[in-house]
Design a protein around this ligand. Structure first.
Ligand SMILES: C[S@@+](CC[C@H](N)C(=O)[O-])C[C@H]1O[C@@H](n2cnc3c(N)ncnc32)[C@H](O)[C@@H]1O
Length: 240
């Protein structure tokens, strides 16, 4: 049966790839990866570039996923990219699709998976999990995201941020993902939800790259300069 393998590549450090991921990548004829714009580098591809099998002449396919909320554009994008992948798989090639972190957390793969399983049921889908960015971050700053009966909320910045306060009232740890340029909008909301100035505050940007920023302080110490400026950012706030 034709097979498509999706691989979670972790957040950036190639040493955090699983053995299963490395084997699947080395064995592939075609390596497909998401990019946000034509000509932009793929973060997922950069994680695996050092382990690509140069002797195999592996074909690299960049699939463009524009960062938009326009439903028609998104639908066309998922249709187009799932067809490109399916055609390659059905031509008999060994195809892997790379994602950052784990494929099932806010990933382009989620939409491709839905399309391919309904439109191309003859393709077997295999997913190799990857290390989620927030766990790498927790390891870097040395904080537990959840212990005992603590409740954790994970909020993407495309979420209606005005609702964060209600969520925060019922959470012990808040993890914010996606575009870090919006993180500063929730600081006051967290305080209003009862997160004290002593709460643990940790923020990271471009983890596992040469531009990595990692800061750990308390919520009371946060200023505008503490915040991140890029899409690849994570913020964790935890009650003490
Ligand atoms: C589209 S989501 C993908 C999440 C991914 N599937 C995961 O398991 O971590 C992209 C977001 O993940 C986080 N992220 C992933 N890799 C990161 C890194 N190397 N540094 C900082 N944030 C990262 C950021 O919040 C970024 O905006």
């Amino acid at each position: 049966m034709s097979e498509l393998i999706c691989i979670g590549c972790g957040p950036g450090d190639p040493d955090l790839l699983t053995v299963k991921a490395v084997n699947a990548i080395k064995n592939a004829d075609i390596i497909a990866c998401p990019i946000s714009k034509e000509g932009k580098p793929s973060m997922a591809l950069s994680v695996v570039s050092s382990i690509l099998d140069k002797s195999k002449n592996q074909e690299i396919i960049n699939l463009v996923f524009p960062m938009t909320k326009d439903k028609d554009v998104l639908e066309t994008t998922w249709e187009r990219n799932s067809k490109i992948l399916a055609d390659k798989v059905l031509s008999g090639k060994k195809v892997v699709y790379l994602t950052v972190g784990d494929p099932y957390l806010y990933s382009t793969w989620i939409y491709l998976h839905k399309k391919i399983e309904t439109k191309y049921p003859q393709i077997k889908i295999t997913v190799i999990p990857g290390i989620v960015s927030m766990f790498t971050f927790a390891a870097k700053v040395g904080i537990s995201l959840g212990e005992g009966a603590e409740k954790i909320s994970i909020v993407p910045s495309c979420y209606d941020l005005s609702k964060v306060k209600e969520l925060a009232k019922n959470s012990d740890t808040m993890v914010f993902l996606k575009d870090g340029r919006y993180f500063d909008q929730v600081i006051e909301l967290l305080k209003e939800a009862g997160f004290s100035d002593d709460s643990i505050f940790a923020i990271g940007q471009d983890l596992d790259t040469e531009h990595e920023i990692v800061r750990k302080l308390t919520l009371g110490q946060v200023t505008k300069d503490t915040m991140t400026t890029k899409y690849f950012s994570i913020m964790v706030v935890k009650r003490v």
